[in-house]
Design a protein around this ligand. Structure first.
Ligand SMILES: [Zn+2]
Ligand SMILES: [Zn+2]
Length: 276
C-alpha cells in the first residue's frame, strides 16, 4: 500500500510540473491521499454493515451493497476523518473553513444529512469557467470522508462482486455513477471507476453506463491532440459522457483519482459540446 502511495505521489509531482494549471488541485489530492492512507490503515469493519445473507440477491438484482437513502449508519469515524480533512481546506480558505466548522458544531450544518444528500441529490454538473471552482471543497470532503470505510468494503467484497457479473452502469458498492473509466488487458476491456469508493467494475465497452444505450450509431468518442491516452465517450441518446483512460501502450498503471483531476479540461470540452 505504501509503495502504491509513493508511486501515486510521484505521478502527481510529474503532472504538477507538466500542467501548472492543475497544481493546486493536485496538491489538495496529494494531501488527501496521505491522510486517507492513515485512516485506511486504521480501518476495521463496522461503519457500513452489509447483511451477508442478502449480498448475492442484492447484487443479482442490481442493488448496490450500501443503501444510503434508507440506512442510518454510525458515521462517527468518517466524521472524524472529515474534520481532519478540513485542515487541508483551512490552509487555503481559513474563513470559509471556520464558518463550516462552526456550523457543524452549532448544529446548523448536519454532517449526516450532508452525507445523505450527496447520495440522493444528483450532483450539479454545470462546470464553471475556472476549473478551480469545479472543486467545491466541502462536497469533495464529504465524499472523501466515507472513502476509507467504503474502500474497506470494496476490498472485502471484491470477489463477490466479480462473480456476481454486475452489469449496471452505477457502482455495485455505493450506487454512485462513474465519471471515468479505464481500458485494460490486451482486449481493452472497460472498467468503470467510482470516485466515491474506489470500486472498479467491468462494463461493456460499447454501451452507455447512464442510459444503457448500446446502439453504435449514437455512441461516439473524441480525443484531443497529443493526448492519445485519454478519450471521452459520449452518448447522443442521453447526452452524457464519461472519460476513458487507456494506459496500455504507456505500460503504466493509472490512478483514476489522479487522472480524473488531470483531465478536467476534457470535462470542460464535453460540457462545451453539450454533454453532461
Ligand atoms: Zn461506489
Ligand atoms: Zn446514454
Amino acid at each position: 500500500m505504501a509503495k502504491m502511495l509513493n508511486n501515486t505521489l510521484k505521478t502527481i509531482e510529474q503532472y504538477k510540473s507538466r500542467n501548472p494549471h492543475y497544481e493546486e488541485l493536485l496538491q489538495i489530492l496529494e494531501e488527501i491521499l496521505i491522510l486517507r492512507e492513515e485512516y485506511s490503515k486504521r480501518m476495521t469493519d463496522g461503519v457500513f454493515i452489509v447483511d451477508e445473507s442478502h449480498v448475492h440477491q442484492k447484487l443479482a438484482g442490481g442493488l448496490p451493497l450500501v443503501d444510503f437513502s434508507r440506512n442510518n449508519f454510525d458515521l462517527t469515524e468518517p466524521k472524524k476523518y472529515f474534520f481532519d480533512l478540513m485542515n487541508i481546506a483551512r490552509k487555503r480558505s481559513p474563513e470559509e473553513t471556520k464558518t463550516i466548522e462552526d456550523g457543524l458544531i452549532s448544529g446548523e450544518l448536519d454532517y449526516e444529512a450532508m452525507v445523505r444528500e450527496s447520495f440522493t441529490l444528483r450532483t450539479d454538473n454545470d462546470i464553471p469557467e475556472e476549473d478551480e471552482k469545479l472543486f467545491d471543497l466541502l462536497s469533495l470532503f464529504i465524499e472523501e470522508s466515507l472513502r476509507p470505510a467504503l474502500e474497506w468494503l470494496v476490498s472485502n467484497y471484491h470477489e463477490v462482486i466479480k462473480s456476481s457479473q454486475w452489469a449496471e452502469g452505477y457502482c455495485p458498492v455505493c450506487g454512485k455513477e462513474p465519471k471515468i473509466g479505464e481500458l485494460r488487458e490486451e482486449e481493452g476491456f472497460r472498467y468503470l471507476f467510482c470516485n466515491q469508493c474506489g470500486c472498479e467494475w467491468d462494463y461493456l465497452r460499447i454501451k452507455c453506463p447512464f442510459c444503457g444505450n448500446d446502439d453504435q450509431q449514437t455512441l461516439a468518442y473524441f480525443t484531443i491532440e497529443d493526448e492519445e491516452k485519454y478519450r471521452v465517450d459520449v452518448c447522443n441518446k442521453c447526452k452524457r459522457y464519461i472519460k476513458t483512460v487507456d494506459f496500455r501502450k504507456a505500460n503504466e498503471e493509472a490512478n483514476l483519482d489522479v487522472e480524473d483531476i488531470a483531465t478536467l479540461h476534457l470535462d470542460m470540452l464535453a460540457n462545451e459540446e453539450g454533454y453532461e
